[in-house]
Design a binder for this molecule. Sequence first.
Ligand code: HEM
Length: 228
Amino acid sequence: MSATSAGAASPPTAPSFYKATIGKKVVMALTGTVGAGFVVVHMAGNLGVMGGAESFNRYAAFLKTSMLVLWAARLVLLGSVVLHIRAALQLYALKAAARPVPYAKKAYRAATPASRFMIWSGSALGAFLVFHILHFTTGTLHPSFIEGNVFHNVTSEFQKPLIAGVYLVSMAFLFLHLRHGLYSLTQSLGLSHPRYVNTAKLVANALAFVVAAGFASVPLAVLTAVVR
Ligand code: HEM
């Protein structure tokens, strides 16, 4: 029997592939926007650690004023993360199915190194997020966790170079993921124009850098004893 006989799956046609992918890309763009909005706000809040224990702990307590609002925000965020990962995996599977026989020599065209790296940077961020919540939110992985004393929880851990290093490497992944994600979402949502491609790339890079550098300044400030 030849390899092309009945029963073998035929590769999808270009239009059906396009239809199948665009919806998922829009889901990725919208859920990614929710995630990006969260990291901007979370990063700005974290800079409050520079103001000392009292004000930072007060800010953290303020965020828990209404459990209803807190859990509503958590559910929106969790739902967005789940849908984002689901769409990413489906797109990845579609791409693989569209080209079941691997190229002898991989010749990427539209895909930039950044876009190919998204699945890796995204996986690293997913692993970071699980660790981070068990570390600072539930305290499960924190050796001296004190409920309500967020300043202590953060500063006691970032004095350890290994922990600070894990966060700094994760922020490098966040930068790489965010810079490409922010640029791609302008395309997925139809907001791109050939004339503004470079501007969109510049804005995405700048925003991703500000967010990642803002986060990174927290472990760096503790590690260098600027904050104690
Ligand atoms: C150096 C970087 C970061 C620091 C110092 C930091 C700090 C914290 C702290 C202290 C908490 C616990 C807050 C509390 O219980 O009151 C927290 C929670 C959280 N962080 Fe971060 N964070 C960082 C980066 C990130 C990043 C990059 C993300 C997302 C990709 C993220 C997502 C979250 C989430 C989802 C929670 C749980 C919020 C909740 O439901 O209560 N964090 N973070």
